[in-house]
Design a binder for this molecule. Structure first.
Ligand code: G1P
Length: 291
């Protein structure tokens, strides 16, 4: 019987150097897109896919992320006292069930693979999703739910993929592609950050995965890959041939919020997707760009 997907690992130990000074005293995952921090988008997306248990892989200076998912008792009491019912309802709606978030510390920045390995006790023998909060996906069906559906049908590993310009393959994990079935592609190889001339395709992994727990055993070898880091991509590659492995050309648009321009694009796209803000934002953009 297929084990249900109920767990997600959120790697959040990165320093956020590209967003200094904003991230000097605040985790980059707390940067808001419109009015919600990046980490909350990731958690909301995962919950919409049926995920119930979360593990944040944190580092020093990341306490705000843990506080964010706690109940802000004083704030709620003040809102109640002042009759701010809408704000209060918003907080309550997003409250996490007690005990649903745990954290581990990565301690040393040895790469994404090492971060996931740090969550090995949480993962145990269960399939799990990974969401990199820097990557935001705007679409009708949440990206993790799209991956969960493939997992439910294949019982194997699945990663969200999108096409990138050839000259950018050295920024991503890149797929070697086998049989193609509509939006689903069979993964026959994986390479982390290949040079354009060595890339086996232009299909890149974005920060959404559903993986089988067997990946942990491969990560435990602590082999160093691209950038001398322990790469998740290399550990995933070792599972090819042992269990189904697919890339999903997901429906939706991905924004790289780890990049300044990507982050700004996300602000615009997400505000235009909000009925309460779209008319004013559209009007502003039209006038401002033409002025
Ligand atoms: C990581 C992964 C890479 C993936 C990317 C998606 O790279 O190692 O395979 O394509 O996330 O955002 P990073 O952005 O941490 O360098």
């Amino acid at each position: 019987m297929l084990k249900p997907l109920r767990k997600a690992v959120l790697p959040v130990a990165g320093l956020g150097t590209r967003f200094l000074p904003a991230t000097k005293a605040m985790p980059k995952e707390m940067l808001p897109v419109v009015d919600k921090p990046l980490i909350q988008y990731a958690v909301d997306e995962a919950r919409a896919a049926g995920i119930e248990q979360f593990c944040m892989v944190t580092g020093r200076g990341k306490t705000a992320l843990i506080d964010h998912f706690d109940i802000a008792f004083e704030l709620e009491a003040t809102l109640a006292e002042r009759g701010k019912r809408e704000a209060l309802a918003l907080l309550r709606e997003e409250a996490m069930p007690p005990g649903s978030i745990s954290t581990v510390r990565q301690q040393v920045p040895l790469g994404l693979g090492h971060a996931i390995w740090c969550a090995r006790t949480f993962i145990g023998d269960d399939p799990f999703a990974i969401l990199l909060p820097d990557d935001l996906v705007l679409g009708e069906v949440p990206c993790t739910a799209q991956l969960a559906q493939v997992y439910n049908e294949t019982g194997g590993n699945v990663v969200a993929v999108s096409q990138v310009p050839r000259e950018q393959t050295n920024r991503y994990g890149i797929l070697k592609v086998g049989a193609v079935d509509g939006v689903r592609v069979e993964v026959t190889g994986l390479v982390e950050k290949p040079a354009p001339e060595e890339a086996p395709s232009d299909l890149s992994i974005i920060g959404r995965y559903v993986l089988l727990p067997e990946v942990v055993a491969h990560l435990s070898q602590m082999e160093r890959g691209a950038g001398n880091e322990v790469q998740l991509t290399d550990a995933m590659a070792k599972m090819i041939g042992h269990a189904p492995f697919h890339g999903l050309k997901f429906q939706g648009r991905r924004f790289d919020c780890g990049d300044k321009v990507g982050f700004l694009e996300a602000q615009i796209a997400f505000s235009l997707a909000r009925p309460d803000l779209a008319p004013q934002v559209r009007e502003f953009l039209k006038n401002y760009v033409n002025s």
